[in-house]
Each structure stands twice: as C-alpha cells, then as structure tokens.
Design a protein around this ligand. Structure first.
Ligand SMILES: Cc1ncc(COP(=O)(O)O)c(C=O)c1O
Length: 400
C-alpha cells in the first residue's frame, strides 16, 4: 500500500490516501496497521551531533521537531492532496478560519488589493475588514454572479481573488472558470473556500484555482468533534504557503488528524447520502406554501444553478430557504419547534442542524421575501426530517 495513485477515482482515494507502509507499519514487527497510528511528538531525538547536523535539517515530511508534524499529519495532508489533481501539497491549520487567514497572509503584502466575494463566510469578511485592513491590504467585495465581469474590478495592485462557491449562507454558485481565466491573464492568485463541495464534488485545482481551502471541521471530519482547516495548492504556490505556515508556527494535533482521517475514509458515502437527503427535503420544502425562495444549488432557480450543473459532480447537504413574509419571531418559533435539528453553527456532521441566517452584504444588498433559515441535512432518515419540518411549520402557525 503506497497510498498514492493518480489513476484512482476519488471514492477509492479517500480509502487509500496517506496509508504509506512506512507510516502504518514496521517490517520488524511483521505487519501493517490499517489506519496510520497517532504519532505524538514534540521532541525528535538524534543519535549524535553529526546525526543532528545531517538528518536534523529543517525539511518537510521528515522528522525534525514536532511542529513540522509526524506521519499522522503527513498522512492526512497527503490524502487530501491526492483528491485535488494538479496539487503539489496540503497544509493543515487548527481551523478553517486559520487556514483562510494563513493563505491570505502568505500571499498579500501591505499596499495590495484583494477581491473578496460578497457571499463569503462572515469571519472571512472580518479578517479582511480587521487584520488585513490594519496590515494595509484593501478589500473590494464583489457580486458572486460577476463572472468574467471581475475584469472591471481589477486594479494595478490586485494580488488575490477569493471565491466561495456556493456561498455558505446564500448559495450563489460562481463562474469559477471565467474568474480564473481573468485572474490568470493578470497574474492574480485565486483561492477558493471549497468547504461546501469538497474536492469530491468540485476539484477546484482542476478548474484552474491556485489554492483550495477547506474547513475540515465540516464534511471531512463529519462527526462534529474536531476543528481543522486545510490549504491545497499548486507547485507554484505551495512553497510560499509552507514557509508562511512555518513562520506563523502553525501546527495541528496528531490526535485530531486521526479523527479527520477516520472521517475522510467515509466521506464519499456520507456526502452522497447528505446530498440525496438534502435534495429530497429541499424539494419537499419547495412545495410548502410557507416557503418562499429555495437556495439550493441543485434546484433550478437558485442563482448559479446552471453553473452548478456544468461544473459540479453532485450536491452536499447544506442549503437555505426563506419563510415567505414571516417575521423573525415566527422564524424563531419555527426553529424552536424543531426536534431533530439541533440549533447550532457549523455543518457537515452526521446530525442535522438549523440556524437563522442574516447574510452580511456590502457589494449587492441582500433582497429577500422573508427571513432565511439554513439547514445542514444529516444522516437521519429524510422522512423523519420532513415530518419534523412539517410539524414545526404548523407549530409556528406558518402553515395549517
Ligand atoms: C464556508 C465556511 N468556511 C470556513 C469556515 C470556518 O471553519 P472553522 O469553523 O473550521 O474555522 C466555516 C465555518 O462555519 C464555513 O462555513
């Protein structure tokens, strides 16, 4: 088992990735272990000063000092790299937000200009308006439907275009190839928050993006018990990201990596089930009189649905809808009446979740026919989830 084969399909790669024999077994012990064990280490010992001088080089994927990782971290990184054809490597960060911040800091310098999609995850906006602004990086928010029109927003100092497709509250699908083509023509780096799709549904580097970011906390972990983020990048950018990660002292615990690897092995089947159940539920909700707008990339009418159909291999289980003409109190009553949906941030776990959503916007005002509700559909039987949504709509007085 080498764990690395470019010919494998993604469902196979999530099973084989990172399982190199030198990380999973020791020939002296006569066998291999299925999962890469948890190698915990801060100190790495050397045999002698001469050994320290030769082996103790500050290299990647070699035991050097705990902050550079052990085979547990390397196995997860390698497995994620295998899912993005065209990638040179993956770096791991303590959370998705840490990954976004590390990527932006690695690429941007004072005086640079950043184009940020208006539908970005709120903490990504906070980073732009806070830390990056203080560092002297200017941000312009752009309409997620801009497509090739992004060319008009490029300034001489524009260094990075950040995409999130679909947006994780409002689900607009972006024309990634059109934006990438403009970026490449101007020598601008592109980075995408690919958490909704994962490379299984949208291999971002295949679509020309330079850096693909994921909050592994969501679908990869899949069990709502660990936080982590990743950046997977092309050969041109990978060394720069790696140096910045080293300089920022980024490190993730091997125990958490083992949890992420465990989640990754079942990602393909879970994502399929999340997607199928989500579609069943979204279709049911679309037929309910209390529901106004359905924001689900796989449902016709969602902004960018045609792009989703063109570019994506499937759907995950996160979407939103409006309660037509309802008040925020009625939305709260509906959410409070749900029994199978936990009220909580995050998504992508085995359990269904619900949150009220109030999209922050600055480029294009958010227009809505009612307050927004976001659902993360878990692995429960969709019939039970529909029954729960049905009783909650009635309990809130939104439907009879
Ligand atoms: C789209 C998106 N990106 C990034 C993040 C941040 O991930 P983390 O919670 O791992 O920091 C989230 C978290 O909700 C998210 O929804």
């Amino acid at each position: 088992m080498t764990g690395k084969s470019p010919d494998q399909r993604p469902a196979t790669q999530v099973v084989t990735g990172g399982r190199r024999s030198e990380w999973t077994g020791d020939p002296r012990l006569g066998g291999g272990i299925v999962n890469p064990p948890v190698w915990r280490a801060s100190t790495i010992l050397y045999d002698s000063v001469a050994d320290l001088d030769t082996r103790g080089r500050n290299t990647h994927d070699r035991l050097f000092y705990g902050r550079r990782g052990t085979p547990t971290q390397w196995a997860l990184a390698e497995a994620l790299t295998a899912l993005e054809p065209g990638a040179e490597g993956t770096l791991l960060y303590p959370s998705g937000v840490a990954a976004i911040a590390a990527g932006l800091i690695a690429i941007l310098s004072p005086g640079d200009h950043l184009l940020m999609v208006d539908s970005a995850y709120d903490p990504t906006r906070s980073l732009c308006d806070g830390l990056l602004a203080r560092m002297g990086v200017r941000t312009t928010y752009y309409d997620p439907s801009v497509g090739a029109g992004i060319a008009a927003l490029i300034e001489p100092d524009t260094k990075l275009i950040f995409l999130e497709s679909p947006g994780s509250l409002t689900f607009e699908v972006q024309d990634v190839p059109a934006i990438v083509a403009v970026a490449k023509a101007h020598g601008i780096v592109t980075m995408i928050d690919n958490t909704w799709a994962t490379p299984l549904l949208f291999p971002a580097l295949t679509h020309g993006v330079d850096i693909s970011m994921m909050s592994l906390t969501k679908y990869v972990g899949g069990h709502s018990d660990a936080l982590m983020g990743s950046l997977t990048a092309t050969a041109a950018l990978w060394p720069r990201l790696r140096e910045a990660a080293y300089q920022l002292g980024q490190h993730v615990a091997p125990d958490d990596c083992a949890l992420m690897l465990r989640g990754l092995r079942t990602l393909d089947v879970r994502l399929t089930r999340h997607g199928e159940s989500g579609l069943t539920i979204a279709n049911w909700l679309s037929s309910q009189p209390a529901v106004g707008t359905m924001l689900h990339p796989a449902i016709p009418g969602c902004p960018g649905h045609a792009l989703w159909k063109r570019d994506f291999r499937g759907t995950s289980g996160l979407f939103a809808f409006t309660l037509k003409g309802a008040s925020k109190d009625e939305r709260a009553a509906f959410i409070d009446a749900l029994t199978l949906f936990g009220i909580g941030y995050s998504w992508g776990g085995f359990e269904s979740l619900v949150v009220p959503a109030n999209p922050p916007r600055s480029a294009v005002p958010w227009q809505s026919d009612g307050p927004l509700v976001r659902l993360s559909i878990g692995l429960e039987d969709p019939a039970d989830l529909i029954a729960d949504l049905d009783q909650a709509l009635k309990a809130a007085g939104l439907q009879t």
